[in-house]
Ligand binder design. Sequence first.
Ligand SMILES: [Fe+2]
Ligand SMILES: [Fe+2]
Length: 149
Amino acid sequence: MDHEDDILKEEHSRLVISMNGISQDPGKTGKAFSEVLKIFQYHLDREEGTVVPLLSYLKERMCKGGRTVDDSLVTAADNLSVELESMLEEHRQIEDLLGRIMDLPKEKQTEMALEIVAELRHHVALEEQMLYPAAMAATELIKLKKKTC
Ligand SMILES: [Fe+2]
Ligand SMILES: [Fe+2]
């Protein structure tokens, strides 16, 4: 797999490691992050099975000839169409938990916790504003290709 395809996966791994660490903290912050982590781990598996291959398909279209639409891409496109709503709902659930962390008294908010909250919010915004729309565009292209080929 190309390095570029791994950017999302690398970010997921980094966030999982950070959240694994902070989840061990006793108290409400650690507990809230362990709840975020539970959702995030389930969530990232589906993103990596749909958004990642679809973005990789878009990128490969820039190269001469591009990539042929195989069954695995059609499956990723079908799965994204089915899963998109619940993936967006999981983002809402994650944001609710992050909001709870931000509502804690300032003295309970460590620098590390604030950093992870900011990283997660950036990650979700990037996905919703760019990566999901791009993956949906890839889905439309793949379905169109399937119809005409
Ligand atoms: Fe993600
Ligand atoms: Fe996500």
